[in-house]
Design a protein around this ligand. Structure first.
Ligand code: FAD
Ligand code: FMN
Length: 763
């Protein structure tokens, strides 16, 4: 087979080698625009797993590469002058130049032709004269551009500026992150040793800081001089160096995240950075390039046609690439938003950094460095005011709001049961909530409880608008207080445009088949074409509903609820004011965010005035309408939270969506937690995170990284009322309180867990 490889980086060279190893008769040429040692960059990081893959593919080059590997186990983070070190991370690195020289040598030895200093402006001539063309021409691939309409590249140029430098200062004891505050903002470095004398030193900052420094107008040497001054105290008198002298002007770039809809066309395949890029902060670009090279070489030899080989190559590698790109996106977004996290305490900042890609979980960190994690957990407990055992996971830390102290950070999220009769909670509610209160969570919510009959979502929704309701809820609250350590929160709300609909399992948000009642909202905008058009609220309506909220709050206070939440999310009445998708008002309640928030805040102030001063109030919001800039965005949610905070709301329950049928949510593990993170760390307001959080590991990592103060789990508590007690068993925590009659069950469960653990089984 006559093969042309366009680009002599890691992907191109390793593909050529892998092809030749599978059939020495192949006639392979690698075409590279630079000279053999004219390469940008310094060291690259690989993992032990990648090394094993390389050894299986080509033991000869793997041995050469390993000989030059620098290994390190620790990550050091220098933040606010404090250097925190954690261990057990296991990296290895090699100079990029060294890697390429070894691969060039191996390629020559195998009879591959290397054509240096040869520019490839267009891949088409190669496609005419070769059986197979692999375009491994990097991030700015010309070949990709030549067939852009086929490959459909999606290039997302990210916000930060960075430059890849080197230094002879030693960073051989740890992969080191340094965060320095300068007169123009924060600048940070990612530093790691890759040979006995040299370390990579990537300098990164926001565009704003970069502009203020005027790096854009500087030569490489001038900007290096500025970087040397910024990081002077860490460089021990050593210089920062560039090896990008062949690049004209400043070598700073913005990272382009490259995705392509297709990776092949006719006899040409894209590979490495040309096909897909992964941000350098998770150090996986070279790994992806090398592993894709092996995969394509395999398929070219195992499949009957080139087309079949390309198809297998794309489907096999795409999943791997998408997984890494997702982790890389989390990581690069963390760096883009790092100024949000810099005010955190160094312990929490360090934790946040280590878990930024969301590939390393809380328990994974415990395996890596139990001592470090133990200290971090003790710090968290101490800061939470824990007076007991400090050696406990963050989910078991107490939390205080006004005079309310929760014994732990797990919350049973509000969940409609649709079992009420004429607004009155029934035995179902008593049994259901009593079980959850016995189950160990610090705080148990009752479902959205409506302030009036018309304010119900469905005929099965409960209320707090009649003496019978108050009596029934009071019985539950008394039980919870008498028999459990849980606290109980009432969520009060009005359904607005989503009212008069069917029970959840009969068709969510669908109008009743018969017996509909009229509905109202901020504006006359129906939830869907099938739903009623609500009446736009008049001032009189607004006064009446506000007073109904107040009356419900008074009932909730008499019931003895420990906390109150006003439901202003999910498209219901108050939410219909907040989101511009449903608020079309031309008065002082519509238009600007201040106007759209005016009525929900009026309700809050009226409720706050009657709610006991020692008890907290929360508001639940939809922090993202999931319709882009037409609706509430996560950025606007920060402004919503600022208004709540200024009004005296104690905690923001950060949900999202359900405000429009146009919404296109992006689901995933903990998918709404970033909104809580943003609100908490940009405003300083306490938050609750919710949404697809289902493992103790999720809860602990959210809390420890400072992404929320409390963590709500809804569906997991439908499946398991004892979720918290079971989580404690999984984590080996024996300080949780089980109800006395259940102690023999507790003892058996811990015994079984211990036995399973010794046998390597999961509980
Ligand atoms: C700052 C920084 C730090 C990084 N750190 C790491 C790390 O720690 N670990 C890691 O695994 N990865 C890291 N990477 C990513 C890694 O360098 C790339 O993912 C990897 O090099 C991809 O290999 P490639 O062969 O696809 O592309 P490249 O290495 O970019 O190679 C492409 C080659 O094609 C040549 N070329 C381009 N256009 C033409 C043309 N028209 N004609 C002829 N030749 C051409 C180029 O000169 C180059 O030699 C980092 C990247 C950057 C920018
Ligand atoms: C059956 C059911 C009923 C719900 N009812 C309410 C409710 O009454 N009030 C509310 O704010 N959210 C309600 N939710 C939303 C949950 O509180 C939670 O935000 C959502 O389910 C995401 O959390 P999860 O992934 O842990 O389930 C309900 C969710 C479910 C599954």
């Amino acid at each position: 087979m006559k093969v042309a490889v366009l680009g002599g980086g890691p992907a191109g060279l390793y593909f050529a080698i892998s092809m030749k190893l599978r059939n020495s008769a192949h006639d392979i040429t690698v075409v590279e625009r630079n000279r053999p040692d004219d390469t940008f960059g310094w060291g690259v990081v690989l993992s032990a797993e990648t090394l094993d893959n390389l050894s299986r593919n080509d033991p000869v080059s793997a041995v050469w590469i390993k000989r030059y590997f620098a290994y390190w186990d620790d990550i050091a983070v220098i933040h606010k002058g404090v250097r925190t070190v954690s261990t057990g991370h296991g990296f290895c690195g090699i100079g990029r130049k060294r890697l390429l020289t070894l691969l060039q040598r191996r390629a020559r030895e195998l009879g591959i032709k290397l054509a240096f200093e040869t520019e490839v402006p267009d891949p088409k001539p190669y496609m005419e004269t070769h059986d197979l063309v692999v375009a491994a021409d990097g991030l700015n691939s010309r070949s990709r551009a030549a067939f852009a309409e086929v490959f459909k590249p999606d290039i997302d140029v990210r916000k930060c500026k960075f430059v890849w430098l080197g230094t002879h200062q030693k960073f051989d004891d740890a992969f080191t992150f340094i965060f320095e505050e300068t007169e123009h903002g924060w600048v940070w470095a990612h530093a790691y040793q890759f040979d006995p004398d040299t370390a990579t030193f990537i300098v990164e900052c926001s565009q704003e800081t970069w502009d203020k420094f005027g790096f854009g107008a500087m030569s490489q040497q001038e900007s290096i001089a500025v970087c040397e001054r910024i990081f002077e105290k860490y460089l021990g008198g050593h210089a920062l160096m560039t090896n990008a002298n062949h690049i004209r002007g400043s070598a700073w770039i913005n990272f382009p995240r490259v995705l392509c809809e297709r990776w092949s066309y006719r006899n040409l395949a894209l590979m490495g950075d040309a096909a897909a890029s992964a941000h350098f902060s998770i150090g996986s670009g070279t790994k992806l390039a090398l592993e894709s090279a092996v995969a394509l070489a395999d398929y070219v030899h195992s499949e009957p046609t080139l087309a079949a080989a390309f198809e297998k190559y794309e489907s096999a590698r795409r999943t791997e690439v998408l997984k890494l790109q997702s982790a890389a996106r989390n990581s690069l977004e963390w760096f883009e938003e790092v100024e949000r996290y810099l005010p955190l305490d160094p312990v929490q900042f360090n934790y946040s950094l280590l878990t930024r890609s969301q590939r390393i979980s809380h328990e994974n960190l415990r395996l890596r460095d139990p001592a470090w994690l133990g200290d971090a957990e003790a710090w968290f407990q101490q800061r939470s005011g824990s007076t007991g055992n400090l050696n406990r996971a963050p989910m078991f830390a107490p939390f205080r709001l006004r005079e309310l102290t929760l014994r732990n950070r797990v919350v049973v999220s509000p969940m409609a049961q649709y079992k009420a009769v004429d607004g009155c909670p029934t035995d179902w509610h008593f049994a259901h909530y009593a079980e959850r209160a016995k189950g160990g969570a610090g705080l148990v919510y009752i479902e959205m409880t409506c302030v009036s009959p018309e304010g119900r979502i469905t005929p099965g929704c409960p209320g707090l608008y009649a003496p019978a309701h108050e009596a029934a809820w009071k019985r539950l609250v008394n039980f919870v207080h008498a028999e459990t350590e849980a606290k109980i929160c009432a969520q009060i709300g009005h359904s607005g445009p989503k009212g008069s609909t069917r029970l959840g399992w009969e068709g969510t948000d669908e109008p009743l088949p018969a017996g509909n009642w009229p509905v109202m909202a901020a504006s006359a905008v129906p939830w869907s074409p099938e739903n009623q058009t609500p009446r736009a609220m008049t001032r009189a309506d607004m006064d009446r509903v506000r007073d109904q909220f107040v009356a419900s709050a008074e009932m909730a206070a008499r019931c003895g609820f420990d906390m109150l939440e006003i439901h202003a999310a999910h498209g219901y009445l108050l939410s219909s004011f907040i989101t511009p998708l449903t608020n079309r008002r031309g008065d002082e309640y519509g238009g600007s965010l201040e106007n759209r928030m005016r009525y929900p805040l009026e309700v809050f102030h009226a409720v706050r005035a009657v709610w006991p001063a020692d008890k907290p109030i929360s508001m639940r919001i939809s922090a993202n309408d999931w319709v882009g800039d037409d609706g509430v965005t996560p950025a606007e949610a920060v402004e919503i939270a600022r208004l709540l905070q200024a009004a005296g709301v104690d905690i923001c329950d950060v949900s999202a969506g359900q405000t429009s049928i146009r919404a296109r949510p992006v689901y995933g593990r903990m998918f709404q937690t970033p909104f809580s993170d943003r609100i908490r760390n940009e405003t300083g307001m306490a938050t609750m995170a919710v949404g697809n959080i289902f493992e103790p590991d999720h809860v602990n990592s959210i809390l420890m990284a400072g992404r929320a103060d409390l963590v709500c789990l809804a569906r997991p508590h439908l499946a398991d009322p004892y979720w918290t007690l079971h989580a404690a068993v999984t984590l080996g925590d024996r300080d949780v309180q089980w109800p006395d009659p259940y102690l023999p069950g507790r003892d058996q469960l811990y015994r079984l867990a211990e036995r399973n653990a010794t046998m390597g089984l999961k509980v």
